[in-house]
Design a protein around this ligand. Structure first.
Ligand SMILES: Cc1cc2nc3c(=O)[nH]c(=O)nc-3n(C[C@H](O)[C@H](O)[C@H](O)COP(=O)(O)OP(=O)(O)OC[C@H]3O[C@@H](n4cnc5c(N)ncnc54)[C@H](O)[C@@H]3O)c2cc1C
Length: 396
């Protein structure tokens, strides 16, 4: 039976980043990934446009995952508006002494960079396509069984196997699940004209709409509504989609044309307060899944990965109770604050009660008017939530 220091179950965006960082730190790592390399159905590396914040860009760069050829569209300004509401918030990176807040990267392109990096990294064994089927925890190791019957052993098992994590459930890690009854539809469009480097978020009573800069002057659209409405929207003819987008976003960009292919995602919240069990830790969506309204899911998961990499450094036994406790303790404040903030935002802007909507409008206005508040919002949105890891600060 092959022996490893760490077994990573789930080689999606977060699991692959964690595996690379752990191997770079000298651990012998096995990565088990169910989807075949570069398969069209790889669920993590799809056409989603991810807003990757400044802290995450530092982490990716530290792990060697930001090569020059990876297309990234810097976000220099964020404009937040609300249909029929009082609040407008315009955040400019230069006002916060930053060149940009973050960058938009297509998940598939980042995934391809990771797929190139994994086999090139010494210390990593890729088991792909392979599915973690079961595992048993013994005193000083975890014994993992793959779908084809192969057995491997590791001192720590990391579950990065997504929202419905089999690792989390089998390890008995408690987690609360909430279905928002909403879905996100994504596609890209060409606007008549759009200033470079600006990301828009528009809150409507039906749900938020984000427009994110993409190459060649296009914009990536994330359109959120009740799941039944998104089911219907997926079947609209292109001209109807464009007409509805014009109405929902308003005239400020002079209209849209040539929409690309659409994809839909059901939206849930998964909250795990204590993402560890004996010789097991869960990270990324396997621990906490958040509504995309604040573009935080991958960023939060990448901070999990960075924190785990740093916590394991110098620990003789990567799966010891002390190491895992230290990891869980250091991640609690960020995970709690990010999940709570995102959930509040997701609910506040779709609450039908006029009072709540009025409050949400005032909230935006207050953020814009009070520099301290907006600075705090910006710092968190950029991913610098305490305790900030060395990787997130930009130190390798
Ligand atoms: C519409 C939309 C827009 C978003 N926009 C943003 C954004 O702008 N910014 C941001 O930060 N986040 C965003 N997110 C969130 C982000 O996409 C996720 O948080 C991120 O992809 C989670 O990555 P993960 O690796 O944790 O999980 P996943 O992507 O779910 O990957 C899990 C992996 O585990 C594998 N797996 C599962 N079970 C097993 C098993 N038993 N054995 C082996 N392998 C297994 C799967 O094949 C998969 O590769 C968005 C999400 C949506 C839906």
């Amino acid at each position: 039976m092959k022996d490893f220091d760490v077994i990573v179950a789930g080689g999606g965006l977060v699991g692959a980043a964690a595996a690379l960082g752990l191997a770079q730190a000298g651990h012998r790592v096995a990565v088990i990934e169910a989807a075949a390399r570069r398969a069209n159905h790889q669920p993590s590396y799809d056409d989603r446009t991810l807003v990757v914040n400044a802290a995450s860009l530092n982490i990716l760069s530290g792990l060697g995952l930001l090569p020059a050829e990876l297309t990234r569209m810097p976000v220099r300004e964020i404009r937040i508006t609300r249909a029929g509401g009082f609040g407008t918030l315009q955040l400019k990176a230069e006002q916060h002494q930053r060149e940009f807040f973050g960058a938009v990267i297509v998940a598939r392109e980042l995934g391809n960079v990771m797929l190139d990096a994994l086999p090139a990294q010494s210390g990593i064994t890729e088991l792909c396509p392979a599915r973690l089927e079961t595992f048993t925890v013994e005193t000083d190791h975890v014994r993992v069984r793959l779908g084809d019957g192969t057995l491997i052993r590791g001192r720590l098992l990391i579950g990065s196997d997504g929202t419905h994590s089999m690792v989390r459930q089998s390890a008995g890690i408690e987690s609360a699940h909430h279905d928002y009854g909403q879905s996100a539809m994504i596609f890209n469009v060409r606007p008549a004209s759009a200033p470079a480097g600006v990301a828009w978020e528009r809150f409507t009573p039906r749900g938020p709409l984000a427009l994110l800069p993409q190459p060649e002057g296009r914009l990536g659209v994330v359109w959120i509504d009740r799941s039944e409405a998104i089911d219907e929207a997926m079947s609209w003819e292109d001209h109807e989609l464009i007409a509805r987008l014009d109405r929902r976003f308003g005239p400020s960009l002079g209209g849209f044309n040539s929409p690309g292919a659409r994809a839909r995602y059901p939206l849930v919240r998964q909250r795990t307060r204590r993402p560890i069990a004996e010789r097991v830790a869960v990270i990324g969506n396997a621990a906490n899944s958040v509504h995309p309204v604040s573009a935080q899911g991958f960023n939060l998961g990448l901070r999990d990965a960075a924190s785990l990499i740093e916590t394991l450094q110098g620990s003789g036994d990567p799966g010891s109770p002390e190491t895992l406790e230290a990891y869980a303790r250091s991640r609690y404040p960020d995970q709690e604050a990010t999940v709570r903030y995102t959930d509040t935002l997701a609910r506040a802007f779709t609450n039908p009660s006029l009072l709540a909507r009025f409050g949400a409008g005032l909230g935006l206005a207050a953020h814009a008017a009070v520099p301290g508040l907006s600075r705090r919002l910006v710092r968190s949105a950029m991913g610098f939530r305490d305790p900030v890891t060395r990787l997130a600060r930009g130190n390798r």
